[in-house]
Design a protein around this ligand. Structure first.
Ligand code: SAH
Length: 214
């Protein structure tokens, strides 16, 4: 299939992101540049900029562009922000955060996805992403604390190790719920007065599987 990625990206940014209220100019610029078609299997490249999640193998999906933009905007990252992502998948969300300047640590539990994401991120020159094969519900203790934590799979609870590894003033975003259950995106803020949880509305992610997952 013939793809004109630049034009497709422009349309994605205008019709899917700006039109729905994404206003962070840096997020819009990064998603307008990043070659999303290189994060999906070749047979799917023609649909890489469509308004939907797509299969990436192993029963997993790359999130819909709007959801990646929304989570990137809500996370509020900039140059040097230390971010932990659980659920590397294709590596696309990690790449967006890395292009925003963040120092990204990302954990994936499926070996094949972990290996291909690592290779893809390196081939794009994104050396500020560290990829690890592990159960991400345990976090990445040796690299903690993190300024931001983003979980891109839906779980039954916010894994306690992740709350522990979130620094003071930190923000954590995670879908609560499961693939066959209702899910809502929650924001956890660690403030001097304690942990504050805000419900941000319905989302649909694959299941978080692990010690503190399903
Ligand atoms: N952020 C990804 C999409 C995530 S799909 C992207 O941009 O493409 C969710 C991913 O979470 C899947 O790859 C799944 O294998 C992974 N996952 C589920 N439970 C996990 C766990 N406990 N630790 C690490 N990864 C997990």
């Amino acid at each position: 299939m013939r793809v004109d990625p630049k034009r497709q990206r422009e349309r994605m940014v205008n019709d899917q992101l700006k039109a729905r209220g994404i206003s962070d100019a840096r997020v819009l610029a990064v998603m307008g540049e990043l070659p999303r078609h290189l994060f999906v299997e070749e047979a799917m490249a023609g649909r890489a900029y469509s308004d939907s999640p797509l299969p990436i193998g192993e029963g997993q999906t790359i999130s819909q562009p709007y959801i990646v933009a929304l989570m990137s905007e809500l996370l509020q990252v900039g140059p040097g922000t230390k971010v932990l992502e659980i659920g590397t998948g294709s590596g696309y969300q990690a790449a967006v955060l890395a292009k925003l300047g963040a120092d990204v640590h990302t954990v994936e539990r499926i070996p094949r996805l972990c290996a291909s994401a690592r290779e893809r991120l390196l081939s794009l020159g994104l050396f500020n992403v560290h990829v690890k094969l592990d159960d991400g519900t345990l976090g990445w203790p040796s690299a903690a604390p993190f300024d931001r934590i983003i979980v891109t799979a839906g779980g039954p609870e916010v894994p306690p190790p992740l709350v522990d590894q979130l620094g003071e003033g930190g923000r954590l975003l995670m879908p609560l719920g499961g693939a066959k259950r209702a899910q809502s995106l929650v924001l956890i803020e660690k403030t001097p007065a304690g942990v504050v949880q805000t419900d941000l509305g319905a989302v649909a992610f694959v299941d978080l599987v692990g010690k503190h997952g399903w």
